[in-house]
Design a protein around this ligand. Structure first.
Ligand SMILES: C[S@@+](CC[C@H](N)C(=O)[O-])C[C@H]1O[C@@H](n2cnc3c(N)ncnc32)[C@H](O)[C@@H]1O
Length: 229
C-alpha cells in the first residue's frame, strides 16, 4: 500500500482503532502486545523503536517496562492518540512522523537496541527492503520483534478462529466502527501474507537471524524474535 493511502486510511480511523482492535482479537491482543514488549525490553533504559507504531499499544507497554521508546508512524493522528494516552498515564515517549517504506529512513535516536513491528508487515509491497531499512536504524546485535496476522494452520481450533476472522469479523467490526474499508483490507492482506512460514522467510531474507517463532491467537498470529547479526 502506498504510504499516502496508508496515512489517509489510518488518520481516518485513529479514534476508533483501539476499540476495533479489541473486537478483532476478542481482547487477546493485549497478551500479544505484552509478549512483544517483554521480548523487546531486556533491561531498563534499552532504546526501542516501535515501528508502524499506530496508537502506541505496543510502544507504551515497552515504555512501562522501563525502555526509552520512540514511536514512528506515517499517520500523525494515530501518533496523536498515542501521545494523549502516554500523557494521561504519565509515560514518557517520543513520537516521529515518518514514512518507513522510504529508502534510507531516518529516525532521530537511532541506532536502536530493539525494534518492534506489530501489525505493519502485511501492508508492505516490499517487506524485505522495509526490514533492511529498519536494520539500518538498529545497532549490530539489536533485537527485532515482528508480529502479524497469518493464515492459520489446519487444526480444528485454527479453523474455527479462521471462520471468525475471515467471515464474521469484517461485518462485525465495520458495523461497530463504520469503517468497512479497514477490515476488508485486514482480511485481504492476511490472505496475501499466507502462512507463518512465509513471514519467517521474509524476516530471514532481510538478514535477521530468527531465534524464536511463537504462534498466538489460535494460530492466526505469528510472533518472531530475531537478532541483527
Ligand atoms: C494496523 S496498524 C498497527 C499499529 C500498531 N503497531 C499496533 O500494533 O496496533 C498499522 C500502522 O502502520 C502505519 N503505516 C502504514 N504505512 C506506513 C509507512 N509507510 N510508514 C510508517 N507507518 C506506516 C499506519 O499508519 C498504522 O498506524
Amino acid at each position: 500500500v502506498d504510504s499516502d493511502v496508508a496515512r489517509d486510511l489510518f488518520d481516518a480511523n485513529a479514534e476508533t482503532y483501539d476499540r476495533a482492535n479489541t473486537i478483532v482479537s476478542l481482547g487477546l491482543d493485549a497478551r500479544w502486545r505484552a509478549w512483544t514488549a517483554r521480548r523487546a525490553v531486556d533491561r531498563a533504559g534499552v532504546r526501542v523503536l516501535d515501528a508502524f507504531a499506530g496508537t502506541g499499544l505496543v510502544g507504551l507497554r515497552s515504555a512501562a517496562l522501563g525502555a526509552d521508546v520512540t514511536l514512528a508512524d506515517v499517520s500523525p493522528r494515530m501518533l496523536a492518540v498515542a501521545q494523549e494516552r502516554a500523557d494521561r498515564s504519565g509515560v514518557k515517549i517520543t513520537t516521529v512522523v515518518a514514512d518507513l517504506t522510504a529508502p534510507g529512513p531516518t529516525v532521530p535516536g537511532s541506532p536502536f537496541d530493539a525494534i518492534t513491528l506489530v501489525f505493519g508487515m502485511r501492508y508492505l509491497d516490499d517487506p524485505t527492503s522495509v526490514l533492511r531499512g529498519l536494520l539500518s536504524l538498529s545497532r549490530p546485535g539489536a533485537t527485532f520483534v515482528i508480529v502479524d496476522f497469518v493464515e492459520p494452520d489446519g487444526s480444528p481450533l485454527a479453523r474455527l478462529a479462521a471462520v471468525y476472522f475471515f467471515r464474521v469479523l469484517p461485518h462485525l467490526a465495520s458495523a461497530l466502527t463504520g469503517h468497512r474499508e479497514l477490515y476488508r483490507e485486514l482480511v485481504a492482506t492476511t490472505h496475501e501474507m499466507g502462512p507463518a512460514e512465509r513471514l519467517v522467510s521474509i524476516v530471514e531474507s532481510a538478514g535477521i537471524e530468527v531465534t524464536e517463532v511463537h504462534r498466538m491467537g489460535f494460530g492466526l498470529v505469528c510472533g518472531i524474535v530475531g537478532r541483527r547479526s
